[in-house]
Design a protein around this ligand. Structure first.
Ligand code: 5GP
Length: 120
C-alpha cells in the first residue's frame, strides 16, 4: 500500500506556483522542468498534475487518459530536446529502497551525453 498523498511536498508547491521552476513543457495533465541538481547534461523531471505519490500509485489508480498523456509527454519532451538520436534514459525512483526523495511521482529524463551504466 502507498502512503497518502502529502500536498506540502515540493513538487505540489511547484504545481501550485508557490515555488519557481525552469519549465520545459506543460499541458492539462503534465508539467516538466529542469532538475535543480542535474546529474547529467540534460536532466528533466516530468510529473503528472494529479496527486500521485509514486509510479506504483499512478499506475494503480490514475485514469487511462492521464496515463496516456503522461507517457506521450515524456516521449515528446525527449524528442523535442533532441535526445532520441543520441539516446537517453528514464528513471522513476519508487519508495525507500530506490531513495525516492519527493513523494510526488516524477520520471527523470537523463541525456545530453554518455550516461554510464547507472544513474540515481
Ligand atoms: P528522487 O530522488 O525523488 O527520484 O528525485 C528527486 C529529484 O528532485 C532530485 O534529482 C532533486 O535534485 C530534484 N529536486 C528536489 N527539489 C527540487 C526543486 O525544488 N526543484 C527542482 N527543479 N528539482 C528538485
Amino acid at each position: 500500500a502507498t502512503r497518502p498523498y502529502d500536498d506540502s511536498n515540493i513538487f505540489a508547491r511547484i504545481l501550485r506556483g508557490e515555488l519557481p521552476c525552469k519549465k520545459v513543457f506543460e499541458d492539462d495533465h503534465v508539467l516538466a522542468f529542469h532538475d535543480i541538481n542535474p546529474a547529467a547534461p540534460t536532466h528533466i523531471l516530468v510529473i503528472p498534475k494529479g496527486a500521485y505519490v509514486s509510479w506504483d500509485d499512478f499506475s494503480g489508480r490514475a485514469p487511462d487518459a492521464e496515463i496516456a498523456a503522461f507517457v506521450r509527454a515524456v516521449g515528446r519532451i525527449a524528442r523535442e530536446e533532441g535526445l532520441v538520436a543520441p539516446g537517453y534514459r528514464l528513471l522513476a525512483n519508487t519508495g525507500g529502497n530506490a531513495g525516492q526523495e519527493v513523494p510526488h511521482l516524477h520520471v527523470h529524463i537523463f541525456g545530453g551525453g554518455p550516461l554510464g551504466p547507472m544513474l540515481s
